[in-house]
Each structure stands twice: as structure tokens, then as C-alpha cells.
Design a protein around this ligand. Structure first.
Ligand code: PMP
Length: 411
């Protein structure tokens, strides 16, 4: 008898594969944005959809130089396994920016990993997680497998409505609050200083942990810098990083390059210790070489890069806003970002931006429909536009086409 005389009795269909998956995997869904990006990646479509940094601004020469320096300075150690916590000079530098010791800084393989591991160590099934309405879709995706109970916080032009938050906290036993206070993804909005202070005070009073996700904070092109929730909480704690309820997350993705997958979390030691254990199980550590290269770029290239990127994104945002003024129909409202990569458009009730996307793609322009950014659904008349990865000529052509699409839909 040969092996082929024993045919498989399995029916290799979707039901079979589904039954083999964990209940956790069964509730995972493909990111709506990734699916949309596939449609919009044809070369002649102008895409305002993906949240991609401008590749022509990546510091290629400085990266080459940093690679050579690291090879000469560290030799084989740059290619060896290293500590889960991360490269010490990098953590020391990050710590110095907030006046905290490196022990309170954990390097992550992208802040997306930070969100996943924070979900893993903080969320039990049914825990109430407060999210902005709308919020960063990638955070919803990271948290979802840990089965949170999402409650949406109302927002307006200045970010989270803290009065509404207080009302919510009085009646809702929330465990965690997730927020993007600077130039939020997807809306581009910024939480005002007054509201930041209230939010820190309220979450402290009601015993709610906060995840402050801040990948865009350094990319402010208008207005003045505001203290992070973390800084406010740290100040309230007299500078003791182990007495803050805010967990701060940021990244080198938007300032240096996303392909490096290098980011960090700052938090109180009990949280950091759990993150280290979770990260050991996830990937042992963030690539040694990448961390060492970034450490070489912190004093010179990083500040220069931030200026270059801010200037370019500020110009692109300005241009996109001007084009909105020229081409969008009355009744299309939009945010005015002070930094970052996105702005948010709200069309009149009844217009469905998911259905409208194919009309836009026919005119060779794409955006992301807004509804996937709402944890509890809704927002069918909203959409996100990214200006970071488009040339002036593309912005002009694309926004005219989008204006035509919306005018037709509203007419
Ligand atoms: N948080 C927010 C709000 C984001 O917009 C992004 C990137 N789209 C991330 C986290 C993930 O960034 P990264 O993993 O590249 O650091």
C-alpha cells in the first residue's frame, strides 16, 4: 500500500478551516483600509487614501552613513540578539526627552506592536475601553481580539468632549481610555490644553488607565506645541514616572521612516514589566540593527528631518485646504489640521462615502470612507484624506476630481 492509496477524508472548505481557528482568530477581520488600498493602487489613481509618509523625504544618505557607523562601532553585536527592553542609548535618549529613566521606556517594533501588547496586558474580555468617535482603526484592530466593550466618547473640533466624558465616567466603569491627542488619525484634530488637563484629572479620579498614542506630535506645522497627557500626568505626580495613569506611545515611523519599525512606550514600571514579558513572547526584541542606526541619527538627522517633513506636510495641507475651498460643494465640511498627515470631511447626512468611492475611483482619485473608524458604526457620510504622500500637481488634479464627485452626489 502506498501513501496515495490513503486519500484524505477531510473536506477542505472554508467551514473546515474556520473550525480549526481559535475563537480569537475567528473574530479578526481584514482592515477595511488595506482592502481599499488594493483598489486604489493602480498607477493612474491619485490616492489620498493611505496614511503613507512621503518617501522622497526619507533620509537615505544619513541612513547609509548610520549603517556604516553601526557596523564599525558594534560589529557582530549589531546583528546579534539583544535585550527585550531595547538598545540602552536609544532608551536613555527617549527618557531624557521626558525626564524619566530608561527603565520606564520600552522599545517596540512599531507603535502598532505597542497597541497590540498593551491590549494583551490591559484588556480582559468585557472591559470597557473608551475610544474617540471616530478613532484610529488600527487600534480597534489591535484591541478587538482581547474582546473589549467599546464605549465611544463624543468629539468636536477640539477633540474629546470632556464634559461628556465626565458624564460617561460617572455611570460607566471604564478600564481604559485610548486617545490620539495630536493631529488625530483619522480627523487631524488636536485636543485643546484645557481638555488635556481635565482628561488627566478625570481619568486619575475615576481610576482609568490612558493610552496616549502620539506618532504625529512632532509634526506640528502651525500653532504652538501642547504638553502631552503624559507630561501633564507626570507633573501632577511630582515627576515620579511610576505614579502616572497615562501610558505614552510614539514612533520613529513618521519622523524617520516607517519601514524601520521602531517605536516606544513610556509607562509606570508595573506596566513596563508586563510589556517586557508580552514582548518576549511576541518577537523577543525589536531589530538590534535598526535601533542602533536610529540611535546614531537622534542628535543631527532627526531634528533636521522633523523640520523637512513638517514644512512639506504644512505646504501640502495648505494646498489641499485651498483646493477644498475652490472645488468642494457647499455642505461639505472639513477639519483644519495643525500638523500630521490627515484631514476629515463630513458630507451631508444621507450621502454614503463607501458607495461614492467607486465614483471617485472612476475619476482616478481615492480616499478612505470614514465609517470603519467608528468603533460602534455610523459616520457613513464621512471620509479621510491624507495629504502627506501627494505632489502639488496630484493634489490639484485629485481634489478637482473629488470636488466633481461630491458636487454630482449632492446635486
Ligand atoms: N497609531 C496611530 C494613530 C497611527 O496613525 C499609526 C500609523 N498609521 C500607528 C499608531 C502605527 O504606527 P507604527 O506602527 O508605524 O509606529
Amino acid at each position: 500500500m502506498t501513501i496515495t492509496d490513503m486519500p484524505s477524508t477531510t473536506t477542505w472548505n472554508a467551514a473546515y478551516w474556520n473550525s480549526r481557528l481559535s475563537s480569537r482568530a475567528q473574530i479578526m477581520t481584514a482592515s477595511a483600509i488595506r482592502e481599499i488600498l488594493k483598489i486604489t493602487q493602480e498607477p493612474d489613481v491619485i490616492s489620498f487614501a493611505g496614511g503613507l509618509p512621503a518617501p522622497e523625504l526619507f533620509p537615505l544618505d544619513a541612513m547609509k552613513q548610520a549603517f556604516t557607523t553601526v557596523m564599525e562601532k558594534y560589529g557582530p553585536a549589531a546583528l546579534q540578539y539583544s535585550t527585550t527592553e531595547g538598545h540602552l542609548p536609544l532608551r536613555e535618549w527617549i527618557g531624557r526627552q521626558s525626564n524619566i529613566p530608561p527603565q520606564n521606556v520600552q522599545i517596540m517594533t512599531g507603535s502598532q506592536q505597542g497597541l497590540d501588547l498593551l491590549g494583551k496586558v490591559l484588556i480582559s474580555e468585557g472591559d470597557v475601553v473608551l475610544v474617540e468617535s471616530p478613532t484610529y482603526l488600527g487600534a480597534l484592530q489591535s484591541f478587538q481580539p482581547y474582546l473589549p466593550h467599546y464605549v465611544e466618547m463624543p468629539t468636536d473640533e477640539q477633540g474629546i468632549d470632556v464634559d461628556a466624558l465626565e458624564t460617561l465616567l460617572k455611570t460607566t466603569p471604564a478600564k481604559l481610555l485610548y486617545a490620539v491627542p495630536n493631529f488625530q488619525n483619522p480627523t487631524g484634530r488636536t485636543l485643546s490644553l484645557e481638555r488635556r488637563k481635565r482628561l488627566v484629572e478625570l481619568t486619575d479620579r475615576y481610576g482609568v488607565m490612558v493610552i496616549e498614542d502620539d506618532p504625529y506630535g512632532k509634526l506640528r506645522f502651525t500653532g504652538s506645541e501642547l504638553p502631552s497627557l503624559y507630561q501633564i500626568a507626570l507633573e501632577r505626580a511630582g515627576g515620579d514616572p511610576d505614579q502616572v495613569n497615562v501610558i505614552y506611545s510614539s514612533s520613529f515611523s513618521k519622523t524617520l521612516a516607517p519601514g524601520l519599525r521602531d517605536a516606544w512606550v513610556q509607562a509606570a514600571m508595573p506596566i513596563i514589566q508586563k510589556l517586557i514579558q508580552a514582548k518576549q513572547g511576541a518577537d523577543l526584541h525589536t531589530p538590534t540593527l535598526n535601533q542602533m542606526m536610529i540611535a546614531e541619527l537622534l542628535d543631527d538627522t532627526l531634528p533636521r528631518q522633523i523640520e523637512i517633513v513638517k514644512k512639506a506636510y504644512g505646504e501640502r495641507a495648505q494646498q489641499m485646504l485651498a483646493q477644498i475651498g475652490q472645488h468642494f460643494p457647499e455642505g461639505a465640511q472639513h477639519t483644519v489640521p495643525q500638523g500630521g498627515m490627515f484631514l476629515w470631511v463630513t458630507l451631508p447626512e444621507g450621502v454614503n462615502t463607501t458607495a461614492l468611492l467607486s465614483k471617485a475611483v472612476e475619476r482616478k482619485v481615492a480616499y478612505v470612507p470614514g465609517s470603519p473608524f467608528y468603533a460602534l458604526g455610523g459616520g457613513e457620510n464621512t471620509l479621510r484624506l491624507s495629504y502627506s504622500n501627494a505632489t502639488p500637481e496630484q493634489i490639484e488634479r485629485g481634489m478637482r476630481a473629488l470636488g466633481e464627485t461630491f458636487t454630482e452626489a449632492l446635486g
